[in-house]
Ligand binder design. Structure first.
Ligand code: HEM
Length: 333
């Protein structure tokens, strides 16, 4: 009896942490138009990452060029948050975290051969907003797109305390969505268009199998070196998995080629890139050699369930700001 009273009191004093499943169901409904858009779902996942690089505090500096493209989704979320009186239910940081998870669940629904149960991410509340949420002028250093493997691993370790396995798995989020010239200056998708809203391990398969080359998607004064590969319309990643070290198969002739892209921060997980200050690598797939992440890329290309397990671990760590936020489980009713 005393324990029950204490629980009720603690739920009242920390009301925002005590969200119920039925409240979450209503939030799901309100989020539906955003989450069910193939264009918005990936941006919600990107927002969840950018917010947590800054401490999972529901605050983004939209004037930081690294956050370009996030303002419209923040505005959309803000409209839902305000019109549903959600400030009495959960913080913006929790709301964004939940929207990111809902978007992931939707992309799983859009994917053949992946079960919701494989995404082992459960929602918890307790993230605290910065005083100026949803915007801030404070600058958080987001990771550069021009990283080699050691720098990538150092970022995830220092910022979130992640292992190499978790860091490489989390980057698989790039199987979703696009890089937009008007946002980052990079351009294209990591997987073919028809797969770019599906949550599977094709990102690793294409990375490992295609004959990638470097292309400057920017210009001489403002370069954006990215890796580029051609994939043919009729070719799917499930037919592409190969062994590391074996020569890549040239895509067969078929109509409608698509050009895939990979950032240095992605491709460094496979190849030991030697980048200059502009992000140009002095070696290419013929002579870079594999990086220390290559075996993980291979493992995730071969096993979707292993990737989903490690991705879920990493996303959970990310959304708890590296385990530093005290989070509370959802109440059943
Ligand atoms: C070193 C780490 C990372 C770097 C350098 C990076 C960089 C980028 C860049 C340059 C873009 C293109 C943005 C645009 O032009 O619109 C992008 C898109 C995206 N990123 Fe990342 N990212 C990183 C990690 C992550 C992580 C950890 C996640 C999620 C867990 C994530 C999720 C996404 C998604 C879903 C998109 C596509 C968004 C869209 O379709 O508009 N990224 N990222």
């Amino acid at each position: 009896m005393i324990l029950k009273t204490l629980l009720v009191v603690s739920c009242l004093t920390v009301a925002v942490q005590c969200i119920t499943q039925s409240e979450l169901n209503k939030i799901d409904e309100a989020l539906q138009p955003l989450v069910s858009s193939r264009k918005s779902a990936p941006v919600l996942v990107r927002l969840a990452f950018h917010d947590c690089v800054g401490g999972c505090d529901g605050c983004i500096n939209v004037n930081n060029p690294d956050n370009a493209g996030l303002k419209p989704i923040i505005q959309d979320l803000e409209a839902i948050y305000k019109s549903n009186g959600l400030k009495f239910v959960l913080s913006r940081a929790d709301f964004w975290a939940y929207a990111g998870q809902a978007a992931l669940r939707q992309t799983v629904d859009w994917t053949k051969g992946v079960e919701q149960s494989e995404l082992k991410i459960s929602f918890q509340t307790g993230r605290v907003d910065c005083p100026t949420s949803p915007y801030t002028k404070a600058d958080v250093e987001l990771p550069s797109s021009n990283l080699n493997y050691e720098q990538l691993i150092e970022f995830y370790d220092t910022r979130f305390g992640m292992t190499d396995e978790q860091a490489v798995a989390l980057m698989g989020a790039h199987t979703l969505g696009y890089a937009h010239r008007q946002n980052s200056g990079f351009s294209g998708m990591w997987v073919p268009k028809e797969e770019s809203f599906q949550f599977n391990n094709n990102y690793y398969k294409y990375m490992q199998e295609l004959p990638w080359w470097q292309r400057n998607a920017g210009n001489n004064t403002d370069p954006r070196w990215q890796w580029q590969a051609t994939v043919m319309g009729t070719q799917s990643a499930s037919r592409l998995v190969g062994d590391l070290g074996k020569p890549t198969r040239r895509p067969i002739r078929a109509p409608k080629p698509e050009y895939l892209m990979s950032l240095n921060a992605d491709f460094c997980m496979l190849m030991d890139l030697k980048l200059n200050k502009d992000g140009f690598s002095s070696c290419n797939i013929g002579n870079c050699g594999f990086s220390d992440g290559a075996n993980l890329v291979k493992k995730y290309a071969e096993s979707q369930s292993l990737w989903l397990e490690k991705f879920s671990e990493a996303f959970t760590i990310m959304q708890s700001n590296g385990g530093t936020v005290k989070l509370w489980p959802v109440k059943p009713v």
